[in-house]
Design a binder for this molecule. Structure first.
Ligand code: EPZ
Length: 433
């Protein structure tokens, strides 16, 4: 459903908001359910369209997915169980909708000996190749062919290998997930160099260990896997969504508000909190919460998005929005996806002064943004438009918010809880507006 958010900006956010479980941890873990016939139960999975899309992909691969428990909140669990191992194909129509579906490739190949998975194709945040995923699986002994837009992978039994997964922009997150989830069932030892150390990968590794895998070095760039013959079921609570937490924090700061964000791991947000302190934000944190009091306006503070533990690329757009109302010039760089700046043109419609240079945006903070109609183009660009709309004077309409529903659970309700004036208009209403 396209739909829109109608925001009346200018109100400082205040109150407490709780984040959901991590989308980018949940997706590869859901794919890991393919590795065993026993149930895998994931606690705290967010209700998102991306999760629903992967449930469909897994459903076509013989996996039953069922939500345990009613309502919302951190107690919800997703139970996944393989009922039929005959299918090996993930179709274009679904993989095109969500690139993370490509994460079924490694587990499918390792467990079923064959996988036929559509290449994900183009992406709005810039080139997103999968060569490193394929290189890793080939090193594990997979025979790979490309035909009619599909990767066809075959291997009777994968065998451990030394693999360097680092690419031109650093490690690959879902590539590490794919190769790690295959190596756990390979014969012998695998040494992954240049592995991603993102908390989502560490969390995936923890789930795999609970299922019986033997993995050392999680969270570092060198991960050692000793292959096992089979894996069993497991129950695991996924980590909080650090990107949702950062988005809510930046929204509060952009409005000059004061808010507590709970259910978080503050350590996962260290780089973001460090830059918020640089922007003059008053910060405190406890075991699972952070509290922010924003100056008005924030001080300009440059960032460069980098692999973990750096500032996440998934926060770059929202930071650009925040810096649009800062008291001076800042440069916002993205070293992970240097072309991920589709939000800039829309922020300019809200009155931001931003110039694009290669791999970065030069943002000259303005005294105030003014509400306008803007169009979301990808998940985090959409989040940036909401952050800016909340800070802007007057009414902002963010169109195409189906992008937000892919990655944020009930964002409008959470922001309303912080005092924001934000409403969802369904597609029909939008058409008449
Ligand atoms: C993951 O994407 C996330 N997605 C992205 O979040 C996130 O922006 C990204 O990591 C970076 O943190 C999920 O976890 C589902 P990469 P992924 O492979 O794994 C290059 C969101 O909004 N590369 O780590 O696809 C690539 O071009 C999404 O939630 C290769 O060269 O990203 C990029 O420059 C968007 N060859 C860099 O590596 C490859 O085979 C990092 O990409 C793979 C990647």
């Amino acid at each position: 459903m396209p739909g829109a958010f109608l925001i009346t900006g200018g109100t400082p956010l205040s109150g407490t908001v709780r984040v959901a479980g991590s989308k980018n941890a949940a997706l590869p873990m859901m794919a890991a359910a393919l590795l065993t016939d026993e149930p895998v139960v994931l606690d705290g999975v967010p209700r998102l369209t991306d999760v629903a899309t992967l449930c469909r992909v897994l459903g076509e691969l013989g996996v039953e997915a069922a939500w345990d428990g009613a309502g919302s909140g951190p107690s919800r669990a997703l139970r996944l169980q393989v009922l039929d191992r005959s299918a090996v194909r993930a179709r274009y129509a679904l993989v095109r909708r969500m690139r993370a579906s490509f994460c079924v490739l490694g587990p499918l190949l390792a467990r079923r000996g064959k996988a036929v998975v559509s290449l994900p194709g183009g992406c709005r945040i810039g080139p997103r190749p999968v060569d490193l995923h394929l290189k890793g699986l080939a090193a594990l002994g997979a025979e790979l062919t490309l035909a009619h837009g599909y990767v066809i992978a075959r291997a009777k039994r994968l065998r451990g290998a030394a693999i360097d997964l680092s690419g031109p922009a650093g490690p690959t997150v879902t590539g590490t997930a794919n190769v790690l989830s295959a190596a756990v069932l390979a014969r012998g030892e695998t040494l992954l160099r240049g592995a991603a150390g993102e908390p989502e990968i560490v969390d995936l590794g923890r789930l795999l260990c609970r299922m019986g895998a033997r993995i050392d070095g999680l969270g570092t760039s060198t991960v050692r896997v000793r292959g096992v013959d089979g894996l069993g079921g497991a129950r695991h609570r996924i980590i909080p969504d650090r990107i949702e937490a950062a988005t809510l924090a930046l929204a509060a700061v952009a409005t000059g508000g004061t808010a507590a964000v709970t259910g978080v791991v503050p350590g996962h947000l260290a780089a973001v909190l460090d830059r918020l302190a640089g922007a003059g934000v008053d910060l405190s944190s406890g075991a699972d919460w952070i509290r922010l009091g924003a100056p008005r306006p924030p001080r300009p503070c440059a960032i460069a998005a980098e692999p973990y533990p750096g500032i996440p690329s998934d926060v770059q757009a929202q930071w650009t929005a925040l810096m649009s109302v800062a008291s001076g010039r800042s440069v916002v760089r993205d070293r992970v996806f240097p072309q991920r700046f589709a939000h800039v043109a829309e922020l300019v419609r809200l009155g931001a002064r931003i110039e694009r240079i290669p791999g970065a945006a030069v943002v000259d903070g303005v005294a105030g943004l003014s509400g306008a109609t803007v169009t979301a183009s990808d998940l985090r660009a959409s989040a940036a438009l909401v952050v800016a709309g909340l800070a802007a004077r007057g009414k902002t309409r963010v169109e195409n918010v189906h992008w937000l529903d892919r990655g944020y659970e009930a964002l409008d309700r959470k922001l309303t809880g912080l005092g924001a004036a934000i409403k969802r208009a369904e597609a029909g209403v939008l058409a008449q507006a």
